[in-house]
Design a protein around this ligand. Structure first.
Ligand code: CUA
Length: 157
């Protein structure tokens, strides 16, 4: 009886170790081959004075150079500012975003832009919009009664 339990224990340990190896390989594969990484923590900011601190005192879309854009975004309950972003197809867009109140999310549908916006932190993520079309932009962290209306769009022209 004792022998048998040990054998099962060994098998379970083997399964656990095998899964760990598979998960680490999957993580390595997605980050190296597919470019899927955690969004960068781009800085710290006082959440109470976000609207007074550059560049967040002037949210919007700016052209940085040929085909390169920056979106400075302020999230607050329950809106994104700006809530409509227009860029030409083929643009590389860097999102710099933060929140003035609670935790919000920023997910641009059909892209790898998927960030948490945490009070006191600036989140940054860059994505290249190759195909013309519209992408829904939503908050995916529950942030109160207006969470479900907190959305916008990215229009690739
Ligand atoms: Cu903002 Cu949910």
């Amino acid at each position: 009886m004792t022998m048998r339990i040990e054998r099962y224990e060994k098998a379970f340990l083997g399964v656990g170790a095998g899964m760990l190896v598979i998960f680490l390989l999957a993580l390595g594969f997605t980050s190296i081959s597919m470019g899927i990484n955690l969004p960068g923590r781009a800085g710290e900011i006082d959440p109470a004075s976000v609207r007074a601190i550059p560049p967040f005192n002037n949210p919007g879309v700016r052209e940085l150079g040929p085909g390169r854009y920056e979106v400075v975004m302020v999230a607050s309950a329950w809106a994104f500012q700006p809530n409509e972003i227009r860029v030409p197809a083929g643009s590389e867009v860097t999102f710099m975003a933060t929140t003035t109140d609670v935790i919000h999310g920023l997910h641009v549908d059909g892209t790898l832009v998927n960030m948490m916006l945490i009070p006191g932190q600036v989140s940054r993520n860059t994505y290249r919009f190759d195909e013309p079309g519209e992408h829904l932009m939503v908050c995916h962290e529950f942030c109160g009664v207006g969470h479900h209306i907190m959305s916008g769009k990215v229009v690739v022209e």
